[in-house]
Design a protein around this ligand. Structure first.
Ligand SMILES: [Zn+2]
Length: 331
């Protein structure tokens, strides 16, 4: 039996940090945002504390009633030490011991995880994965990150690197990934990888539907511009989309055959594009997985709220691992 208690969550991003106060039953009480664009952690960290304390005060929650806090952060990180290690979009955050800093300031246990795992836990506890023991969450944004829950536990691996689904090589003759590998899943299907490829390919093609959708500037091409051109029926855009969906089906089919998850929940692009993404995926997935796998592949249920829930979910899952909280559906 769970008693309901408040927890604080921090979702660290390169432009902003979401601070969220919630109850352990998943009720979001209040949230705030702290600017983190090109800022020094020395300035940002005290603001996180102030924002969290303000949320507690506004909700009339005594600091002593807070049970735990959780943090979701971009990689690389030292998971055991609770340290952020200069993610590419936050170069000033070099070896910042954020977990212990916040835990000390709030006087509660602090827990820490990478953003894909954190979003996966959020989707498991409060979104499309509720009630199942096996699910996979894929971020499907600029990059492809994965959070794998198997037999009711977050899969971590030797160094907490498990779930780097985006860097699974699916065709060694494929494009080079930002990580240096050739032909990995993210190189084929990551939003940034596709946009970078299109910007190069279409640099001198102002009449391209994709360039037009990007406001006439090839350098501004993003996944939204591609989506618009696909919806217009532009042949080249459709061929790019089809290839992307084939590779998505290939990668997800492999995950289904390895992990036999009940649910694969998909973030960002699947949420934004709906059927344009889900339909071709479902048509192709049978080529790459067995029918016995019986997996529900769905867009994320939390959608844009995933960030609010992610730090909360890290805190609650960590309490669950310590035997101090039970899963909402196992009451
Ligand atoms: Zn890679």
């Amino acid at each position: 039996m769970n008693e309901t208690f408040p927890v604080l969550g921090f979702d660290i991003g390169g432009t902003k940090i979401a601070v969220c106060l919630a109850l352990s039953d998943g009720t979001i009480l209040a949230s705030a945002r702290v600017d983190n664009r090109d800022r020094d952690p020395k300035d940002v960290l005290p603001e996180l504390v102030a924002a969290g304390k303000k949320l507690l005060a506004e909700q009339n929650i005594q600091p002593g009633a807070l049970k735990a806090l959780g943090i979701g952060s971009p990689s690389p990180m030292d998971w055991k030490a609770g340290m952020i290690q200069a993610p590419h979009n936050m170069p000033r955050w070099k070896d910042v011991p954020i977990r212990d800093y916040l835990a000390k300031e709030f006087g509660v246990p602090g827990f820490f995880d990478n953003d894909a795992n954190a979003a996966g836990l959020a989707e498991w506890l409060f979104g499309a994965g509720q009630g199942v023991d096996d699910m996979i969450y894929l971020t499907m944004s600029t990059g492809i990150g994965g959070g794998i829950i198997t037999s009711g536990r977050m899969l971590r691996g030797r160094n907490n690197y498990a779930g780097e689904v985006g860097h699974m090589v699916i065709d060694p003759t494929g494009p080079v990934c930002n990580c240096g590998q050739k032909g990995d899943y993210e190189a084929f299907c990551g939003g940034l990888a596709i946009a970078q490829r299109l910007r190069k390919q279409l640099a001198d093609q102002p009449d391209s539907a994709i360039v037009k959708a990007a406001g006439g500037n090839a350098e501004a091409i993003d996944m939204r511009a591609l989506e618009i051109a696909v919806r217009e029926g532009d042949a080249f855009a459709v061929s790019v989309w089809d290839e992307m969906m084939e590779r998505n089906a290939q990668a997800m089919g492999a995950l289904m055959n390895i992990f036999n998850p009940s649910v694969i929940a998909l973030g960002t692009i699947a949420v934004h594009c709906g059927d344009l993404f889900m339909k071709p995926l479902m048509e192709r997935i049978t080529k790459y997985s067995w029918p016995q796998m019986q997996c529900d592949i769905v867009p994320s249920k939390l959608g844009s709220k995933a960030g609010e829930y992610s730090g909360i979910a890290v805190a609650l899952y960590s309490l669950y691992e310590r035997g101090e909280w039970t899963l909402p559906w196992s009451k």
